[in-house]
Design a protein around this ligand. Structure first.
Ligand SMILES: Cc1cc2nc3c(=O)[nH]c(=O)nc-3n(C[C@H](O)[C@H](O)[C@H](O)COP(=O)(O)OP(=O)(O)OC[C@H]3O[C@@H](n4cnc5c(N)ncnc54)[C@H](O)[C@@H]3O)c2cc1C
Length: 381
């Protein structure tokens, strides 16, 4: 049984069903309107996760990203990316999970204590016995936590986000994501994501300032208008809606398996839609094989952790180390770093891993004092 029908849960259910398990996918919004905010990805992460981009959910193709320092220095990084219609994306993958044999169920899981031949999942309307439960219920997920696990290694490092969907004639046609770093959005980034036509999103992802990050968003919207003043009649910009939530970008997986239980995606400290889908796929496969073998113990399910670590462990630790370093830098230091990188023409092309490695080395070089904490983060886990 999989709890949570977002990228990681849908992929976990499809994978478990394809590997022969009788599978139920439960979500409190199933059959109704999902409220999933994530709607962009880079092709590199997608193919790294074994996925293929399919045209009918893509709203807008992008050529890369501009990373903008507090003083306005801009690093341009080519990396094809997409802005997607999230409802269509979810519908496509849900249909595939169903075709693989998954039963979709609407309801809210309350807890999953051990019982019977696995766990008894108590929902708001019934109780379901499952040999293995996969908790894919997001960064606030209560299933693994409810049985005493700490599935996020650094829950204090979740980035809390507020993202506005905005309308302004022509704004969605731009071809580059823009990521603003520094005190404008402490601990990570403020983002501009063009969504095609007249639509875009403006978001802040903030670490270390609690869950209510709306004041950062309001300030970013003002600064963004000044930034685009010469290109658009920014007075016409309308905020259509605001999404909120947490992103486990630097949280890292903690205790993510127990007897008859696994956690995946944001519920396990793994960030990003594409990576969530890959982790869900591995979890589903391991769960199905374990159930078929009759051994659903923690030891047997730990094959999932080992596979995830081999594929992603180093990359996630690099990402966390780089974000921690960035979070400790003053705006002036970030400006100096960006200017230095722009001059040195740092090669940030290639695989996601290579980009992360180049950026990490550049960060460490620009601030030697952060090398010990960097090494410590890399050695963790
Ligand atoms: C504002 C914002 C914007 C983001 N933008 C992007 C982006 O553009 N690209 C990107 O790659 N990542 C983005 N992220 C990160 C991304 O959302 C997550 O990494 C990704 O969604 C993780 O997916 P998931 O499947 O683990 O969980 P989630 O997407 O969090 O989904 C959890 C699911 O579980 C269900 N659920 C929760 N509790 C229960 C329960 N008790 N019973 C039943 N169902 C339950 C929920 O209804 C939900 O459907 C963004 C995050 C935020 C907050």
């Amino acid at each position: 049984m999989v709890v949570g029908a977002s990228p990681s849960g849908i992929a976990a259910a499809a994978s478990a069903a394809r590997n022969g398990a009788e599978t139920i996918l439960l979500d409190r919004h199933m059959g109704g309107e999902f409220d999933h905010p994530a709607n962009t990805f880079f092709d590199g992460m997608f193919s790294r996760s074994g996925l293929t981009v399919e045209g009918d959910y893509v709203l807008h193709d992008l050529d890369g990203m501009h990373i903008i320092s507090p003083g306005g220095c801009c690093l341009s990084i080519p990396a094809p990316g997409r802005f997607i219609d999230r409802a269509r994306f979810d519908a496509l993958y849900l249909e595939r999970a169903e075709m693989a044999g998954t039963e979709l169920l609407r309801g809210t899981a309350r807890s999953a204590p051990l019982g019977g031949s696995g766990r008894r999942v108590e929902t708001d309307s019934c109780e379901i016995e499952a040999r293995v439960v996969i908790d894919a219920s997001g960064v606030d997920g209560a299933i693994a936590r409810g049985v005493g696990l700490e599935p996020l290694k650094h829950p204090e490092d979740v980035a809390w986000a507020a993202e506005a969907v905005v309308e302004l004639p022509g704004i969605g046609e731009e071809k580059y994501f823009e990521y603003f770093v520094g005190s404008i959005s402490p601990g990570w980034k403020a983002t501009f994501s063009p969504g095609g036509g007249d639509r875009a999103t403006l978001g802040v992802f903030v670490r270390g300032h609690g869950r209510d990050v709306r004041p950062f968003l309001d300030r970013f919207v003002k600064i963004f208008k000044q930034h685009k003043f010469a290109d658009y009649d920014v007075g016409e910009m309308k905020i259509v809606s605001i999404n909120r939530g947490g992103d486990a970008i630097a949280a890292l997986p903690g205790e993510i398996v127990s007897d008859s239980l696994m956690a995946t995606g944001a519920a396990a400290g793994m960030s990003g839609m594409a990576y969530a889908m890959r982790s869900g796929t591995i979890a589903g496969e391991v769960a199905a094989l374990a159930a078929a073998s009759g051994d659903v113990s923690k030891r047997s399910l730990s094959a999932y952790v080992q596979r995830w670590n081999r594929e992603f462990g180093l990359e996630y630790r690099m990402g966390r180390a780089s974000l921690l370093t960035l979070g400790r830098m003053a705006d002036e230091e970030i400006d100096r770093l960006a200017a230095g990188l722009a001059k040195r023409d740092l090669d940030l092309s290639g695989s996601f891993f290579r980009k992360g490695l180049s950026a990490g080395i550049a960060l460490a070089r620009s601030r030697p004092g952060t090398i010990p904490p960097l090494i410590q983060s890399l050695a963790e886990g």
